[in-house]
Design a protein. Structure first.
Lengths: 207, 262
């Protein structure tokens, strides 16, 4: 574990504990779309790349914690709908856990945070018969599941267009501490806010 | 050696669903940084060994080292002098479906790119268009210790006719084999079995494949492949994060109950 990762993880855990101590201000659930590596992945033999927006449905849930005046913090989890690659034997799933500090300004919320992003790839095994030089060969397929775990840095903006409904755009930046393997993914989502479900007297969000 | 190596990773210059592997044990390098050395024995490629080393660096930074979810990074090493066997001998003792590596050519560590002019088994006239043969030929358990990339150095090889960008993608493709990947059936992937008109970046199969073999393990990475057949990691992390919330809310509810009861 390098220094950057240690600092981020410690901050997340301390932040988490501190937040829970101050109490929940709001809880929410939402749906949205997760776009992974926009414009960075080749999609045909002519060099075209994936679009800057791709519809990968995901669900999210989280809580907001009051810190001080217009400042608050968020803890959130998101799960991208598992999908198959081109081969139905391969299943890929993304999920992430985020912690953000936020500044509330009128109907807007500006967020900066960090979290862990997971990519799970699994396969049932078997072989694929593929071209190989001047003949064909049976290439083995993976027969297990693997989870890749990345620390990510997040930057987002959320707009409340109703007391209980908001829309959010949030970027997930991978490997901020490194000059290699940097990547950006982002989410677009709509959330419904339940307020403080632990305290009915503060049932609704105060946005 | 428990592993049964099933690959013969040719790249053919004519015209291929998910990523595949080139061995049956999902072998991978244990270290995060894999050094690629180039032998100084090429005579017919039209490029020098140092130029090939430069292409290794370019291929790594343009392709494999860009994957955020992979821990593996390729590093260009140096030009090295190797035994003439690497040029003259066959790569596999048998080629019937699977490869039994020639132990004379075992690579001690990392990846070695060598030229090879053996024209009986490796690159006969009928396969002169085959660009290279790559095999992880030093596997211990599920760990690749060393891998060999043998570029076709026949006098009539077709590698020499390629543009530099094509050479970079060819070498990057072979390095994909060297680190454990097999072919992909889709043309958008670098691991497709032949060249495509434009190769600028990796396809999803490449990214998924290298992530599968070399998953990132931040913040607790220990440099070994972790095949996890559960969602335990995420679930455990979520429990850790939620524990304070559950604790404080339960405490609040209990205090409220005691207060109302009194």
């Amino acid at each position: 574990m390098n220094f950057f990762n240690a600092v981020v993880l410690s901050a997340i855990l301390l932040f988490s504990t501190a937040l829970h101590a101050v109490g929940v201000k709001d809880t929410y659930l939402g749906i949205g779309s997760y776009t992974s590596l926009p414009g960075k992945v080749q999609t045909n033999d002519s060099g075209d790349t994936n679009g800057i927006f791709e519809l990968e449905p995901y669900i999210l849930g989280g809580a907001e914690f009051q810190i001080y005046k217009d400042w608050s913090a968020f803890a959130e989890a998101g799960f991208v709908k598992p999908g198959s690659g081109r081969d139905p034997k391969i299943t890929k799933m993304n999920y992430f856990f985020l912690f953000s500090g936020a500044y509330n300004f009128m109907d807007w919320v500006f967020k900066l945070g960090a979290g862990l992003s997971y990519t799970r790839i699994s396969s049932e095994g078997g072989v694929q018969t593929l071209n190989n030089g001047t003949t064909t060969t049976d290439f083995p397929m993976p027969d297990a599941a693997v989870v890749s775990q990345n620390i990510i840095t997040t930057l987002g903006v959320e707009y409340y267009f109703h007391q209980e409904i908001s829309a959010k755009l949030e970027g997930h930046y991978f490997n901020l501490e490194s000059s290699e393997g940097n990547a950006l993914s982002y989410t677009l989502s709509v959330s419904y806010h339940f307020g403080n479900i632990f305290d009915p007297s503060q049932r609704k969000s105060k946005k | 050696m428990r592993s049964l190596i099933t690959l013969l990773c040719f790249l053919h210059v004519s015209s291929s669903f998910a990523f595949s592997l080139n061995n049956t044990v999902s072998a991978s390098f244990s270290q995060n940084e894999v050094v690629v050395n180039v032998a100084d024995n090429c005579t017919n490629l039209g490029v020098s060994s140092s130029e090939i080393l430069s292409m290794v660096s370019d291929g790594a930074s343009q392709f494999w080292n860009t994957v955020s979810t992979s821990r593996m990074r390729l590093r260009a090493g140096s030009v090295v002098t190797v035994d003439s066997k690497f040029y003259n001998e066959k790569i596999c003792n048998s080629n019937t479906g699977s490869c039994e590596p020639n132990t004379n050519l075992t690579v001690g560590s990392g990846v070695l790119i060598t030229c090879n002019g053996e024209t009986t088994t490796n690159f006969p006239a009928s396969q002169r268009t085959v660009l290279a043969i790559t095999i992880p030929n030093n596997i211990s358990g599920t760990t690749i210790v060393g891998a060999l990339v043998a570029i076709n150095d026949r006098s009539d090889n077709v590698f020499q006719d390629k543009s530099r960008a094509q050479m970079v993608s060819i070498i990057a493709h072979e390095l994909g084999h060297a680190v454990g990947l097999g072919h992909s059936p889709v043309t958008d992937s670098l691991m497709y079995y032949t060249l495509v008109p434009v190769r600028d970046s990796l396809g999803w199969d490449d990214i998924d494949g290298i992530t599968y073999l070399y998953p990132k393990e931040q913040p607790f990475g220990c440099g070994t492949i972790s095949q996890v057949d559960s969602k335990a990691a995420g679930f455990a992390f979520m429990l850790i994060l939620l524990f304070p919330l559950i604790w404080f809310q339960l405490r609040k509810l209990v205090l409220r109950f005691l207060h109302s009861a009194s």
